[in-house]
Ligand binder design. Structure first.
Ligand code: NAD
Ligand code: UGA
Length: 472
């Protein structure tokens, strides 16, 4: 039976967190802040080394400060591996390891199974294992079998699902003030213990494990649907010469719809939305239940970067041989993460179409990039044929359009991220294309056919050379 109550944040627990990534490190640091005793285990030496020196290996506002607070208060410790010593007195082991997609788009649970085995084999007494990683429904039950096999005789391991909903770039604030906490357990007492880990006064959804696991997938799938819907409305706005931001605000202010996640752009990216959208569909296929809405959202998303490329192709009369200044490589502003970044996808498309890409991003960690990476925005812009803003970093929004116009060889600017003030950039003599924003007049697609259609149906007469109607 599913019920909704509030978290109580009752008493402190001894917690082991496996994985110091965006989710694991944030959970460990925030648990310590909430008064729990925490050991965080990280196997990757490049992530562990800074942690041992009091520095965060990932960029998240406020994380390093809270981490130092936890270490100084002696409530937060880091370790390279899960051993008997790390497991001493631990009541809850929280698994926050990666669940990347395999070659078929299905989530690969290898890291999770290994972590479950390690905590179980080293547990001296009964243990609650919380699966924080995003996993398909049924995984916690399978992980419980893995734990039972690895555990010492007489040790009882209960596996609970408690998915995470934090956003990168706002991880700490989302973790400490979430919209809801979800706990899926087969035992109500164990569910209460896990709920106690979180801040008090948050709506708590207690359900079974499969339900909790599905909530996470369905939430990310729905967010993807909203974004793709916004991108389709944005394309309509471009054809009609109206502003998508205003149209979508008008739609989203209806509380049943909600105005968040209706921002058009170069498509959704990051390590989770694309992965979980394909995981959701893989789940549907496995169960024989259709996921048509989400499939359509994915299809729209895949076209988004190609649509941006088409604008450049048209505006530059072909991109081959042209130099494109690309501002932004991270998958969104405020993060150093470039996993599945729409900016990188657009860069790849440009390069494979014969363009040279000169890119600047203030923070993004990029493993491999076929373009050139430079150290500041103006180094990218200097003498380029066109400028593309692909990530809405604040420092790009405040660039002087006059200074850009002086340095850019061509006139075309594509604001794929919705970062620029169209008017002032146009006033500087630049031809600014946006997504879901009035395109430059010369590029305006034909708006007449739908109006003619309306004319036929309504008996209204269309004024030649105008978009208005008069009574026929
Ligand atoms: P990540 O790759 O940044 O971090 C995972 C970390 O776990 C890595 O540093 C890795 O070295 C470590 N690790 C793996 N196995 C280990 C082991 N046995 N012992 C010690 N360390 C180990 O991943 P992430 O972005 O934090 O995501 C983790 C999970 O949370 C994924 O399932 C993801 O879908 C989900 N999630 C992510 C976010 C997000 O914003 N990134 C939000 C909600 C949910
Ligand atoms: C997303 C979810 O928002 C989190 O709730 C979830 O916990 C997380 O995935 C996860 O499961 O890992 P995140 O990947 O950090 O968080 O980033 P978002 O802020 O959701 O943005 C995802 C992508 O969608 C970005 O490329 C962003 O630019 C794009 N986006 C977002 C839009 O194009 N339009 C919008 O209106 C919002």
């Amino acid at each position: 039976m599913t019920s909704i109550e509030m978290t109580k944040g009752a008493r402190s627990h001894s917690v082991l967190v496996v994985g110091a990534g965006y989710v694991g490190l944030t959970s460990a640091v925030c648990f310590a802040h909430l008064g729990h005793q925490v050991v965080c285990v990280e196997a990757n030496p490049f992530r562990l080394a800074p942690l041992l020196e009091g520095r965060s290996p990932i960029h998240e506002p406020g994380l390093e400060e809270l981490m130092v607070e936890g270490v100084l208060s002696d409530r937060l410790h880091f370790a390279p591996a899960i051993g008997k010593e790390e497991m001493t007195g631990v009541e809850v082991a929280l698994l926050a390891v990666g669940t990347p997609p395999d070659e078929n788009g299905d989530p690969d649970l290898t890291q999770l199974a290994a972590a479950a085995r390690e905590v179980s084999a080293n547990a001296a007494g009964d243990l609650v294992v919380v699966v924080k990683s995003t996993v398909p429904p049924g995984s916690c039950e399978a992980i419980e079998l893995v734990c039972a096999e690895a555990a010492l005789e007489g040790v009882r391991i209960s596996v609970v699902s408690s998915p995470e909903f934090l956003r990168e770039s706002r991880a700490v604030e989302d973790f400490l003030a979430p919209d809801r906490v979800v706990v899926g357990a087969s035992d109500s007492q164990v569910a209460d213990l896990v709920a106690d880990l979180y801040p008090a006064g948050v709506p708590l959804v207690k359900t079974d494990r499969r339900g909790a696991e599905l909530i996470k997938y369905a939430a990310n799938a729905f967010l993807a649907v909203k974004i793709s819907f916004a991108n389709e409305v944005a394309a309509m706005c471009e054809s009609l010469g109206t502003e998508a931001a205003t149209v979508l605000l008008g739609v989203g202010l209806d509380q049943r719809i909600g105005k968040d996640f209706l921002r058009p752009g170069p498509g959704y990216g990051g390590s989770c939305l694309p992965k979980d959208v394909s995981g959701f569909q893989a789940l549907g296929r496995a169960m024989g239940t259709p996921t048509r809405v989400v499939a359509a959202a994915e299809e729209v998303n895949q076209e988004a970067s190609r649509a941006a490329l088409m604008k450049l192709e048209m505006g530059l009369a072909g991109v081959a041989g042209k130099t494109i200044a690309l501002l932004g490589l991270a998958f969104k502003p405020g993060t150093d993460d470039s996993r599945d970044s729409p900016a990188l996808k657009l860069a790849e498309l440009l390069i494979s179409s014969g363009a040279r890409v000169r890119a600047y991003d203030p923070l993004a960690r990029v493993e491999s990039f076929a373009g050139e990476r430079v150290d500041c925005a103006f180094d990218a812009i200097e003498d380029a044929d066109a400028l593309v803003v692909a990530t809405a970093w604040q420092e790009f929004s405040v660039l002087s359009p006059m200074a850009v116009a002086e340095r850019l060889a061509g006139r075309m600017v594509l604001d794929a991220a919705g970062a620029l003030d169209l008017e002032s950039w146009s006033e500087a003599g630049l031809v600014v294309y946006g997504i879901g924003r009035g395109a430059p007049v010369a590029f305006h697609p034909v708006v007449w056919p739908p109006l003619r259609w309306a004319h036929h149906r309504s008996g209204l007469r269309l004024l030649d050379g105008d978009t208005g109607f008069v009574a026929g």
